[in-house]
Design a protein around this ligand. Structure first.
Ligand SMILES: [Zn+2]
Ligand SMILES: [Zn+2]
Length: 253
């Protein structure tokens, strides 16, 4: 079975202008068995209108259902979501995660971490990731652990071994997957970070990975998958996971 892209955004996310159907056409061409987008569900701490995201999710669900029917004989369209964890609306996010028939839930953090240096800010980011991963419960995979470095600059992940160990141990003990995010690959610094993440995660006994490009447009769909899959295999991992009806399905790589 082809590895399909488990982290994608279409124009139903506020930061993408790509029609979901354009990805589906490509996935069908590639002969993929499954397809999903994981639109942003960044629930806002807005006292005036805390439910405003519900309008968006209804649109996403309706479009997913429509695409599922239209392409039923070519590809299986699944219903994914990327929940951006926000401490202020934690309970509401959990309720939201149970309310819709998601096939796959990605948990992610997009906040602005505190600190003066790259390392202080990254440490703060990872500390928040640990709280989210430990307390959220209803998710399948934890996204882009080095996300914040996209914006604040590269650092040597070995300096953050302790926090990363804590995070990976939470995921492993709760049987959650770790996402390998290929957005910045094959840039050498991004590959170095992925290499460190894989090395530490597998040393700790981690085996369950998902892989996603975090693409917001078709040209970067499955970005650098070949290079990153080669790297994953070096650590003795021969399968990645996808989720259907919240159940893990292994795909050989
Ligand atoms: Zn994200
Ligand atoms: Zn994303």
């Amino acid at each position: 079975m082809n590895v399909f892209d488990c982290h994608l955004h279409s124009d139903m996310s506020p930061d993408s202008r790509e029609d979901m159907e354009n990805y589906i056409k490509l996935a069908v061409e590639n002969g993929d068995k499954y397809f999903l987008t994981t639109e942003h569900a960044n629930i806002i701490d807005d006292k005036e209108n805390p439910y405003r995201h519900m309008i968006d999710i209804e649109i996403i669900k309706a479009k997913t259902d429509r695409m599922r029917q239209k392409y039923a004989d070519k590809i299986e369209v699944l219903f994914g979501i990327e929940i951006g964890w926000n401490k202020a609306v934690h309970d509401f996010e959990i309720e939201f995660s149970h309310r819709y028939p998601f096939d796959m839930i990605i948990l992610a953090l997009h906040g602005r971490p505190a600190g003066d240096t790259v390392d202080q800010r990254f440490d703060d980011y990872l500390a928040q990731c640990c709280v989210a991963a430990a307390t959220f419960g209803n998710y399948d995979t934890f996204a882009h652990v080095d996300y914040v470095l996209r914006y604040i600059g590269h650092t040597d992940l070995s300096k953050h071994r302790e926090r990363l160990t804590q995070l990976f141990q939470i995921l492993i003990s709760q049987d959650k997957a770790l996402e390998i995010n290929t957005k910045q690959a094959p840039d050498p610094q991004a590959m170095e970070r992925i290499d460190y993440i894989l090395s530490l995660y597998t040393q700790l006994g981690g085996k369950k990975l998902t892989i996603g490009s975090d693409a917001h447009s078709v040209p970067v769909y499955k970005n650098a998958f070949d290079e990153v899959i080669e790297l994953i295999k070096k650590y003795g991992i021969n399968q990645v996971y996808v989720y259907k009806q919240r159940k893990a399905i292994a795909i050989s790589i």
